[in-house]
Design a protein around this ligand. Structure first.
Ligand code: XUL
Ligand code: CO
Length: 435
């Protein structure tokens, strides 16, 4: 009942921009070499469990609209198995290399801690078998520390130490499962790590506990020999009014405070960036500047909506700016592009899952080709280098290495009158539009 859901569809292949086949890639040619790497190895695409196989098409006003066979009641071990089968078969049908999951996405639900661990362990055994059968890999694993009511006041920032301990159990198991499944990264997204009202919140205690939790996760990672990257996924709010991992710069300050800036990187999600008032490319550029760029959750928001719509990316223009920043950061090491995106509630067919992913893959592949052309052309980078060239000259070096009074004296002695220089924004925008 599971793998057969996608049986009517052929494996999606590259057919080029002239193809008339809706189920083909027009730009994603996995073997084509871009920036010195095969596209598949550069982009490292992943399909996520939660939106694509777990979410039933519900919203705050209405019930699930999708008829996925594995979501039909009851949600027992057989249903979880069927979901896992369907998921890995779908990733193979898309011919994408990776997938991502939360513990609760892949297992039959269980409320008591012992049953929860057993159910998750069965899921991991099965996933290991499926990875072999379908030739797919794990980009990252994570624990869901936000869905169950026990986490409504936070997990690592809960006022209740018993909740903290439950979270520790989930993270230990999810981290060890990620290691066993050969996962490249482990993600922490703190959806409930924040507060709804200061009236009931002790910020200082919550921050201390949050920092210590992260330090314990890093310690355990080393203890078990996990060599992948620990990633924090920033988001400013939703579901909590104020989330502590607000954006990349905030996360960096937090990592510095707990001495973890060399241990943890960021997983940047496009629509989390826009919700925090930044652009997607700003967050990538900031992560690069701070040396903590890790991975990407690809999606988009809606300019008229202030919440997380998690739509599939569809702007080559936006993605080009993002890929330019990724390339400037040296490309991915353990990270990749995970589609943290869902089809719309009215997109109820299996075909819609293909259209969503194929579109997202092609938009990013096309952006990659544009970014390469822009980078090869060189004018953009040359302009930027020229703009800062004063800092590599003799005067700039002097300013860099002297104290405030010495720099001030220099300005006075030379009777400085620096001339304003155009930032050429329109010219730069025109330049980009030529590609
Ligand atoms: C929520 C979100 C999560 C994380 C993983 O907005 O993006 O799905 O990616 O917990
Ligand atoms: Co995400």
């Amino acid at each position: 009942m599971s793998a057969s859901y996608f049986a009517p569809f052929d494996t999606v292949r590259f057919e080029g921009p002239e193809s008339t086949n809706d189920f083909a890639y027009r730009w994603y040619d996995k073997d084509r070499v871009v920036f010195g790497k095969r596209m598949e190895d550069y982009l490292r695409f992943a399909v996520c469990f939660w939106h694509t196989f777990c979410w039933p098409g519900s919203d705050v006003f209405g019930a699930g609209s999708f008829e996925r066979p594995w979501l039909a009641a009851p949600q027992d071990e057989a249903a979880a198995r069927a979901k896992r089968e369907a998921a890995l078969s779908f990733v193979a049908k898309l011919d994408l290399p990776f997938y991502c999951f939360h513990d609760v996405d892949v297992m039959a639900p269980a409320d008591r801690i012992g049953g929860f661990r057993d159910s998750f362990a069965r899921a991991v055994d099965h996933l290991e078998e499926l990875q072999g059968r379908y030739g797919r890999r794990l980009l990252w694993g994570t624990a869901n520390l936000f869905g169950h009511p026990r986490y409504m006041a936070g997990a690592a920032t809960s006022p209740d130490p018993q909740v903290y301990a439950w979270a520790a159990s989930q993270v230990r198991d999810a981290l060890e499962a990620t290691l066993r499944l050969g996962g490249a990264n482990y993600v922490l997204w703190g959806g409930r790590e924040g507060y709804d009202t200061l009236l009931n919140t002790n910020l200082a205690t919550e921050q201390e506990n949050f920092g210590r939790f992260l330090a314990l996760v890093v310690e355990h990672k080393h203890k078990i020999g996990f060599t992948g990257t620990i990633l924090i996924e920033p988001k400013p709010h939703e579901p909590t009014k104020h989330q502590y991992d607000f954006d990349t710069q905030t996360v960096y300050g937090f990592l510095k405070r707990f001495g973890l800036e060399g241990e943890v990187r960021v997983n940047i999600e496009a629509n989390h960036a826009t919700l925090s008032g930044h652009t997607f490319e700003h967050e990538i550029a900031m992560a690069r500047a701070l040396g903590i760029f890790g991975s990407i959750d690809a999606n988009r928001g809606d300019p008229q909506n202030g919440w997380d719509t998690d739509q599939f990316p569809n702007s080559v223009e936006d993605l080009t700016l993002a890929v330019i920043e990724i390339e400037r950061a040296g490309g991915f090491t353990t990270g990749g592009f995970n589609f943290d995106a869902k089809v719309r509630r009215q997109s109820i067919d299996a075909a819609d899952l293909f259209h969503g992913h194929i579109g997202g893959v092609d938009v990013i592949a096309r952006a990659l080709l544009r970014a390469e052309a822009i980078t090869k052309d060189g004018q953009l980078d040359r302009f930027r280098a020229e703009r800062y060239s004063g800092w590599v000259g003799e005067f700039g070096q002097t300013v860099r290495t002297h104290d405030l009074a010495a720099i001030a004296d220099l300005a006075v002695a030379q009777d400085l009158a620096p001339r304003p220089v155009s930032g050429r924004q329109e010219w730069l925008e025109n330049l980009l539009n030529r590609f």
